[in-house]
Write a protein that binds this ligand. Structure first.
Ligand code: IPE
Ligand code: IPE
Ligand code: MG
Length: 246
């Protein structure tokens, strides 16, 4: 029996989000430069995207570059942006073959022109695909997202489009970058760090958190299956008592 067969398909998380961490350490362990880790990280991305689509996960969101990552050495940022362009070009076929729609969240205007262009093209080209939505968080920071949300809503209030009294969770959801996505059910972080690093703070309010020491380039389909099996063992109470649920 394969690991995958332990997953209950009727109880899949609707939205998995992953903080893909540990590329640099993976490369260092091999005596290589950080860029080598990032390159190999793209292989793990393909594994996880394919495995998610095959299982029937509807939404997969990957944290690829944070607002804070702009503070890394210039050369590393440049390498990451180049890698992004080449991966988008290369993976468009994987997306089309698997009927996956690409989407992006973050302050995308900060991305270099070339990345922005490539990204827009792939988003356009896959916009009719319906099996799974793959969202890349790029130049993404949850606080930045919340600031932009507050500004948008404030503007609508100022222009009498939204009465203050009607502001509720659903209005806030509609103004987040993730407006079309359901709440995160399962948040995975690789590399052993146990922190959120400014990722989807609002959207993970009731997510199950899963931390693994595996470094991102070593993350395989089986690693994803393990996380989902663990998720399915958890009791999600949403504030209720265990007795109320059964
Ligand atoms: C994750 O790996 C990739 C990005 C944040 C872009 P890191 O580059 O953070 O690798 P470590 O954490 O230094 O090992
Ligand atoms: C978080 O990883 C961001 C991404 C995975 C894109 P970092 O490596 O940047 O996080 P910190 O700085 O260690 O918290
Ligand atoms: Mg890191």
């Amino acid at each position: 029996m394969e690991l995958k067969d332990n997953i209950r398909l009727e109880a899949l998380p609707k939205h998995i989000a992953i903080i893909m961490d540990g590329n640099g350490r993976w490369a260092k362990q091999k005596g290589m430069i950080r860029a080598f880790g990032h390159e190999n990280g793209t292989k793990a991305v393909r594994q996880v995207v394919e495995a998610s689509a095959e299982l029937g996960i509807n939404n997969l969101t990957l944290y690829a570059f944070s607002t804070e990552n702009w503070n890394r050495p210039k050369l590393e940022v440049k390498t990451l942006m180049k890698l992004l362009i080449s991966s988008l070009r290369k993976e468009i076929k994987t997306l089309q073959d698997n009927n996956i729609q690409l989407s992006a969240i973050g302050n995308l205007n900060l991305l270099p022109e070339k990345v922005h262009k490539e990204l827009t093209e792939v988003i356009q080209a896959t916009s009719k695909n319906s099996r799974m939505t793959l969202t890349l968080a790029l130049s993404y920071g949850s606080r930045e997202e919340l600031i932009s949300t507050v500004k948008e809503i404030s503007n609508k209030v100022k222009n009498n489009i939204i009465p203050i009294e009607t502001i509720d969770e659903s209005i806030i959801n509609k103004h987040l970058y993730t407006q079309n996505l359901p709440d995160v059910d399962l948040l995975i972080r690789t590399s052993g760090e146990q922190r959120i690093s400014n990722f989807l703070l609002w959207q993970i309010a009731y997510a199950e958190l899963y931390f693994t020491h595996t470094l991102w380039p070593d993350f395989t389909k089986d690693e994803l299956y393990k996380a989902i099996i663990e998720y399915q063992k958890r009791e999600r109470r949403f504030g209720k008592t265990s007795e109320q649920l059964s």
